[in-house]
Design a binder for this molecule. Structure first.
Ligand code: FAD
Length: 398
C-alpha cells in the first residue's frame, strides 16, 4: 500500500500553494482569516465578489473541472482536482463552486448537446449553479417531492415550492427536481430533473436568515414556469438515478468540511502555543494537550477516509459506504473542533468578528454556529448512519 502522491502531483500541489500565496497577496485583504467553502459565506456581497474574482483566475489557469474529460475542458486528473480543492479549502480561500458538482451531473446524464452547451461556461468560470431538491415538507425523503412539472407541446410547466435553495440569488442555473408522474407505481419513479433559468417568468424568491446572521438560503416559488424540453436532464421520470448520483457527491462534501475544520484546528493549536495563563503557555496544560491530541487523531482518520474515498472514485469503485462515512465523520469533526475552540477561548470565543477583543478574528463564534448545519446539509448524518447500518455496511435489517 502506497499512500504517497506522485512527484507530478506533489509538484502540482506546490503550484497551487504558490497560486494561493499570490491570491493572498493580490486579491484578499491583508488580515484575511479564511472563509468556509461554498455559497453560505458568499451571502456577504464582499465575499461573493472575491469568490468571483478567484473563480475567474482558476478558470484562466484551466483548473476548473480538472477531473473532467479533455474534450470538455478538463484534464481527466481526479487527483489534481482533489489537491486543488484541499489546498483552497484548507487556506479558507473563497471560490470553490457548486457549478463543478452540477457539471458532473450534466456530464454523467446530459445529452451531447447539453454537455456542449452547459459545460464550457462552467469551465470558463462564467456561471453559478443552485440545487432545487428540498421542499417545505420534503428533505430526507426526497422522492416524496411535490413540485409538479406538466408536459406540454414544447415545454414543461412547473408549479410548486422549493426551500433551502442556497445561493439562488447568484445562480445562472438551478438543477431542479420535479414530479412528472404523480401516478407512478413508486414515488421515486415519477421524478425528473430540469436545468432551470432562475430569471424565468413565474419564479419568485424569499430570503431566509440563518443563526450565523448570514442569509444564504431562499424559498423559491414556481408559478406556471415554462421550461424548454431541451432542458430536461436525463430521461423523463428518470430522476431517481440522477438523485442517487447527486446524493453520493453531496455526502462526499464531508471531506470538504473536514479540511475546512483543519484550518480552524491549526489556528487553535497556534493560539495555545502563543497564549499564556499564570506564566505558562496554554499548550502546557495537560487537559488541553490531551484534547488537542485527540482532535488531531480524528482529523487524521478523516483525511485517510477521504484519501480512500478519492482513490475509490478514481478506480470507479462503488463509494456509497465511504461517502456516508466521511459525511458523518466530517460533520462530527467540524462540530467538535468548534466546540473545543469555544472552550479554549472561553468568554472570548463568543465575541463577534467586529469586537476589538475577539480572538482568532472572531471566527470561532462563526464556525460554532455554522457547524450545526453540517450534519443536515447535503443529507443528514442520521440518514448516512442508516445506510452504514444497512446493506452497504453492517447488513442490519431496515
Ligand atoms: C446549510 C444547508 C444548506 C442547504 N442547501 C440546500 C440546497 O441548496 N438545496 C436544497 O434543495 N436543499 C438544501 N438544504 C436542505 C437539506 O438538503 C435538508 O435539510 C436535508 O436533506 C434534510 O432534510 P430536512 O431538513 O427536511 O430534514 P428532515 O428530513 O425533515 O429531518 C429532520 C430530522 O429528522 C431526522 N430523520 C429524518 N429521517 C430519518 C430517518 N429515516 N432516520 C433517522 N433520522 C431521520 C433527520 O436526521 C433530522 O434530524 C440545505 C440545508 C442546510 C442545513
Amino acid at each position: 500500500m502506497d499512500f504517497r502522491f506522485t512527484e507530478e502531483e506533489e509538484a502540482f500541489r506546490k503550484e497551487v500553494r504558490d497560486f494561493i500565496q499570490e491570491v493572498l497577496q493580490e486579491v484578499l485583504p491583508s488580515d484575511w482569516q479564511g472563509v468556509d467553502p461554498g455559497p453560505e459565506e458568499e451571502a456577504r456581497e464582499e465575499v461573493y465578489q472575491l469568490a468571483v474574482e478567484i473563480w475567474r483566475k482558476l478558470a484562466a489557469k484551466g483548473w476548473i473541472g480538472l477531473g473532467w474529460p479533455k474534450e470538455y475542458g478538463g484534464q481527466e486528473d481526479l487527483a489534481k482536482d482533489w489537491i486543488l480543492k484541499e489546498e483552497l479549502i484548507y487556506r479558507g480561500v473563497p471560490g470553490m463552486d457548486m457549478a463543478v458538482v452540477q457539471g458532473d451531473l450534466i456530464l454523467q446524464f446530459g445529452t451531447e448537446e447539453q454537455k456542449r452547451r452547459f459545460i464550457p461556461p462552467i469551465a470558463h468560470g462564467e456561471v453559478k449553479y443552485a440545487i432545487g431538491m428540498s421542499e417545505p415538507n420534503v428533505g430526507s425523503e426526497l422522492f416524496a417531492l411535490q413540485l409538479r412539472a406538466v408536459e406540454e407541446a414544447d415545454c414543461f410547466v412547473l408549479n410548486g415550492q422549493k426551500t433551502w435553495t442556497t445561493g439562488f440569488q447568484h445562480a445562472d442555473w438551478c438543477v431542479l427536481y420535479a414530479r412528472t408522474d404523480p401516478n407512478a407505481p413508486k414515488k421515486s419513479l415519477g421524478i425528473s430533473v430540469f436545468l432551470i433559468d432562475p430569471k424565468s417568468p413565474g419564479i419568485t424568491m424569499r430570503q431566509i436568515t440563518q443563526m450565523t446572521g448570514l442569509a444564504p438560503f431562499y424559498e423559491v416559488f414556481y408559478d406556471n414556469v415554462r421550461v424548454p424540453k431541451e432542458n430536461l436532464l436525463g430521461e423523463k421520470n428518470g430522476g431517481r438515478a440522477i438523485a442517487m448520483y447527486a446524493f453520493g457527491i453531496e455526502r462526499s462534501y464531508g471531506l470538504v468540511v473536514l479540511h475546512n475544520a483543519r484550518r480552524y484546528f491549526e489556528q487553535l493549536v497556534q493560539y495555545c502555543k502563543e497564549t499564556y495563563t499564570n506564566g505558562q503557555p496554554l499548550a502546557k496544560d495537560p487537559v488541553i494537550r490531551n484534547r488537542l491530541a485527540e482532535m488531531a487523531i480524528e482529523i487524521e482518520v478523516g483525511r485517510n477516509l477521504g484519501d480512500r474515498l478519492n482513490w475509490m472514485t478514481s478506480q470507479e469503485i462503488l463509494t456509497v459506504l465511504p461517502s456516508c462515512q466521511i459525511k458523518v465523520h466530517g460533520a462530527n469533526v467540524a462540530q467538535r473542533v468548534a466546540s473545543l475552540g469555544m472552550q479554549i477561548l472561553g468568554p472570548y470565543g463568543q465575541l463577534d468578528e467586529k469586537s476589538k477583543w475577539a480572538k482568532l478574528g472572531g471566527r470561532m463564534k462563526h464556525t460554532y454556529l455554522s457547524s450545526v448545519a453540517l450534519s443536515m446539509a447535503g443529507g443528514t448524518s442520521e440518514i448516512s448512519r442508516n445506510i452504514i447500518a444497512g446493506r452497504f455496511g453492517l447488513g442490519l435489517p431496515s
